[in-house]
Design a protein around this ligand. Sequence first.
Ligand SMILES: Nc1ncnc2c1ncn2[C@@H]1O[C@H](COP(=O)(O)OP(=O)(O)O)[C@@H](O)[C@H]1O
Ligand SMILES: [Mg+2]
Length: 287
Amino acid sequence: MTEIATRASNELDIRGVGKRYANSQSEHGELQVLQGIDLHVPAGRFVSIVGASGCGKSTLLRLVLGLDDQYEGRILLDGQPITGTGPERGIVFQDHRLFPWLSVEQNIAVGLRNAPFTAAQKRALVAEHVELVGLQGFEKSWPHQISGGMAQRVAIARGLVNRPRVLLLDEPFGALDALTRSRLQNELQQIWQKERITMLLVTHDVEEAVFLGDQVVVMQPSPGRIRRIVDVDLPHPRNRSDPRFIRLRDDVLGDFLDVRTEPPPGPAPDAPRWPSAIGPSGLQLAW
Ligand SMILES: Nc1ncnc2c1ncn2[C@@H]1O[C@H](COP(=O)(O)OP(=O)(O)O)[C@@H](O)[C@H]1O
Ligand SMILES: [Mg+2]
């Protein structure tokens, strides 16, 4: 094993990160989208990020992916500043972004296009990842022949096939129906336990965030910043009906609704914490 490989631990360090976009409608001609983001993600950790729409979650993932180097602060992977995109960081988006003219296995192989492997090694890696996401028998299928959930599995396999050290997931299950979403959450959890890759998941779904995350980062908008980080100290796989799970989920959810709603005009000590139209079971919030 090389010295670099021995030292590599897949630790991600986000220090004092801020990001502004030019915006003619803002007071100073620019919009502060992220401010003072400090996040330390130890190797192999699963971190979920939740936050209102527009609070900069996708922007943060773009910076970690290396698509944009115009930001304040530092982003380090194993102590080294990230520079541009690189094979050690993979991403999965909400829309699967498969190429319609490529088969399932060819789409997965796209993740290996710049990888220093022989054709035979690439074939073996694709086959391994087809199996990892349970798509054996569909290797030759076209994207239009498979379901949304299967397409998202292909996108996850494509994100993992290059064996990244960090996998970024931007609302990967947001467009799927509830049953498929829950199945894929279980599968992602198993993949993470097997591969032990550092994962950073942005989601709208508080239950998903708590189900998968070792930590849940709650962000708040204007400018996008971290409101608090909640440790989810429950063993995997998690039981969604465990009272401790429900308590943590409702704690995070309540935090959110605090951000979203104006304080009531007068003291209302007995008022329910959730607006009745939403309720604690309405977990998929329309932010
Ligand atoms: N390329 C861009 N140029 C200007 N403003 C942008 C750009 N990308 C995102 N924004 C703005 O930055 C804010 C955060 O966006 P985003 O990171 O997509 O939020 P989230 O993923 O949390 O919904 C939004 O107000 C959005 O309009
Ligand atoms: Mg987003």
